[in-house]
Ligand binder design. Sequence first.
Ligand code: GAR
Length: 213
Amino acid sequence: MVKTAVLVSGGGTNLQAIIDAHIFGEIKNCELAAVISSNPDAFAIQRAERAGIPVYVVDRKIFANRASFSEAIHKKLEDLDIDLAVLAGFMYVLDSPLIHAYRNRVINIHPALIPSFCGDGCYGLRVHEAALEYGVKVSGATAHFCVTEPDAGPIILQKAVEVREDDTPTSLQRRVMEEAEWKILPAAVSLYCEGRLEVTGRTVKISEAQDGV
Ligand code: GAR
């Protein structure tokens, strides 16, 4: 079993998608061992508690800077002996010591088709505002491994979503979640836990499922 921690900051709909997929047996070989929240008031905490997953709060507000916050998250992952960290609506960039220690073991979901509408400062609703402002006809979501540069790591899965003429940032955000994020994030977690991802440089190869996994 791959001991997995899900990191959250807010509503936790991606966490819920992981919990549901796990319950339905769609995520294989995975132990949901912890939810770590950067926000003590995140609704995601209630979702984790309802599912019986231990919750740990590492409150971003009490840390002076990104480095000390990231160090606290790193220590929590180590203390819990976590194999895989999943950033599911986690709104902070983690520092290089953590990213290097957990190389190709931190998966993030981003609500756009990377390399569009991503990078430092481009998260949450801002991503969809930027996509609509640019006038793209297609957006989507990307599940990828984290490297030190935000949203720049090897891509595991992507799914496209049509942009409609009457979309607002909120309606596009919702459709990207429903049609893309909630599907590809649990799928990426399962692929990792099944040992089916092979990373070479920027490329992630997905191998066939083995019998019995
Ligand atoms: C999701 O759309 C997620 O992809 C995005 O924030 C939302 C959080 O929703 N994350 C980022 O923009 C990180 N770069 P959730 O808390 O309901 O899962």
